[in-house]
Design a protein around this ligand. Structure first.
Ligand SMILES: [Zn+2]
Length: 138
């Protein structure tokens, strides 16, 4: 069940602890796989207020825990949608290249579409949705 309640989605999340990984990531991966065309899902979208998210990229699900942005460059605009904001599209400025440090992958650089989805899901763990970060496409 993916939440659309903006009063919950705009709250910031707590750090996730390693002993919570199994339960939280299993839930995220199950819902991601059951949702057609979904590329990413963050724990707050399931009402779990933890800094955790999953992304489907290159045929594989990637897990992220307690992500922090280390470096970023080259802003570019593109359209995005969000499972928590159904049937609307937003134009959002994101970084083309971003270096993230998180507790699963360590320090890693992401580029292009993957980088865009990482920033979208990272924002969810900070209580930021497309309503705040983007401009609606009418
Ligand atoms: Zn979203």
């Amino acid at each position: 069940m993916i939440l659309t309640d903006q009063s919950i989605l705009t709250q910031s999340s707590e750090n996730i602890k390693p002993e919570e990984y199994q339960e939280v990531f299993n839930k995220l991966e199950t819902v991601l796989q059951q949702t057609p065309n979904a590329v990413g899902l963050a724990a707050p979208q399931l009402g779990i207020m933890k800094k955790a998210f999953v992304i489907f990229h290159n045929g594989k699900i990637h897990r992220f825990a307690n992500s922090r942005i280390v470096n970023c460059r080259n802003r570019e605009d593109d359209e995005e949608a969000c499972l928590s904001i159904p049937d609307r599209r937003f134009n959002v400025s994101r970084f083309h290249i971003i270096t993230i440090k998180d507790d699963v992958n360590g320090l890693k650089k992401y580029v292009g579409k993957f980088a865009r989805v990482v920033q979208h899901e990272h924002d969810h763990t900070r209580g930021i949705t497309l309503v705040q970060s983007g401009v609606e496409v009418k």
